[in-house]
Design a protein around this ligand. Structure first.
Ligand code: PMP
Length: 401
């Protein structure tokens, strides 16, 4: 039977058995509406409140500062639109980065149409937002700064503490999209001075369609979803009890062993990167070599299309991606790779490999072997590539040996 290898954990992760086991009773016997006063409701409510406590403990906030949503897209939309709307008497300027996920960028674009001013910070070649540039753009009208904790495509981990500190000194609310960072980076919102944070269940071996927003007490936010009085009157809709219970358990599990798990993933990732960069000509790593998500390797292959690599690997049972899952079915270039200044041919030749603890060295060897063959085949078919390969590379795209 064909071997199937999943290297797309940045797009989504499988549900952990432990998480599933914890969720099961809430699909079955504990079916009450968590807002009901009777015992059926109270039983469901207990599961929801335990999840709230677990998440609060994991990120260092109070349980009453956690709000459940349908995922990080909703939570990010809510933060951007809700904070802007509730604070517009203080100013109409928002700062974010060009690296953000569409759930932030599209919400910002919506605000621009309503008369808000949005500054999109550039990133350096490694994917870092620069503090001096941030300082340059903060003005008395700035009400919100939103910078992601770690990037979903290139894996760069921002200097979160420094950004949060800058926002604090300037008296501006600071939000971070921590969807990719939770479980990979230690985050304590109180210690780091983070006012708002979003996370998603399916990126951390929890269920899909559930996420959470942490919002520091005292930060004003308008509602995004109106309806009943759930979630302290701020987010209407009957709570998705099984998913929330699963999210709580998943966050608890993933944040428990960050150091040891990150170390294992980093070793596997670096082994892979090293193999690819030394065995395949005209390749380079996108993003920072060290300050990156432990499971992320984003590699540019010169003289080939990333899309073609992805499809040919898929035919051999290997799942990887180009760009992010949310945009990889659009024929648009990655806005992240473009923000770090990668030339067009390398943007088109980039592929993201994202590992999990269940991947093995044997799998990595197998993938590298297939990758070598796939890239060779594609380059052999391309007349431009044939004339370039073997010449030793150029400034933009060199083989690291
Ligand atoms: N932010 C980031 C950085 C992401 O990677 C994703 C998922 N691709 C989201 C937000 C959206 O999360 P969800 O799928 O829960 O809506």
């Amino acid at each position: 039977m064909e071997q199937k290898i999943y290297l797309d954990n940045a797009a989504t992760t499988p549900l952990s058995r432990e998480v599933l086991a914890e969720m099961m009773p809430y699909f079955d016997t504990v079916y009450g509406n968590p807002s009901s006063i009777h015992s059926f409701g109270r039983d469901a409510r207990a599961g929801v409140e335990q999840a709230r406590e677990r998440i609060a403990k994991a990120i260092g906030c109070r349980p009453s500062e956690i709000y459940f949503t349908s995922g990080a897209t909703e939570a990010n939309n809510w933060v951007i639109e809700g904070i802007a709307s509730a604070n517009k008497h203080k100013g109409n300027h928002i700062i974010t980065s060009r690296l953000e996920h569409p759930s932030i960028l599209e919400a910002c674009k919506k605000l621009e149409k309503q008369g808000f001013r949005v500054t999109y910070l550039n990133a350096d070649k490694n994917g870092f937002v620069r503090i001096d540039e941030l300082l340059h753009y903060v003005c008395p009208d700035t009400i919100l700064i939103s910078v992601m904790a770690a990037n979903n495509e290139i894996g760069t981990i921002q200097n979160l503490q420094a950004i949060a500190q800058t926002a604090k000194e300037k008296g501006v609310i600071f939000h971070t999209d921590a969807v990719q960072a939770i479980g990979a980076v230690n985050i304590n919102v109180a210690e780091m001075g983070i006012d708002s944070l979003t996370l998603s269940g399916h990126k951390l071996n929890g269920p899909k369609g559930v996420g959470a927003l942490y919002l520091r007490h005292g930060i004003a936010i308008s509602k995004l979803i109106v309806g009943g009085e759930q979630e302290n009157g701020l987010r209407g809709g009957t709570l998705n009890t099984p998913a929330i219970v699963g999210l709580g358990r998943a966050v608890e599990l993933i944040t428990r062993d960050i150091i040891i798990n990150s170390k294992k993933l980093r070793m596997l990732r670096d082994y892979f990167i090293n193999q690819v960069l030394t065995k395949i000509e005209l390749t380079q790593l996108n993003g920072h070599a060290i300050q990156r998500l432990p499971n992320n390797a984003n590699i540019a292959f010169g003289q080939v299309e990333g899309e073609a690599i992805m499809l040919m690997l898929d035919m051999q049972g290997i799942a990887v991606s180009t760009g992010s899952a949310c945009s990889s079915n659009k024929l648009e270039q990655s806005h992240v790779l473009s923000a770090i200044g990668l030339p067009n041919d390398l943007i088109n030749g980039s592929v993201r490999f994202s590992f999990s603890l269940s991947n093995t060295r044997q799998e990595v060897d197998y993938v590298v072997e297939k990758l070598i063959a796939v890239v060779k085949k594609l380059r052999d078919m391309s007349p431009i590539a044939k004339s370039q390969v073997g010449k030793g590379g150029n400034d933009e795209c060199t083989t690291r040996k």
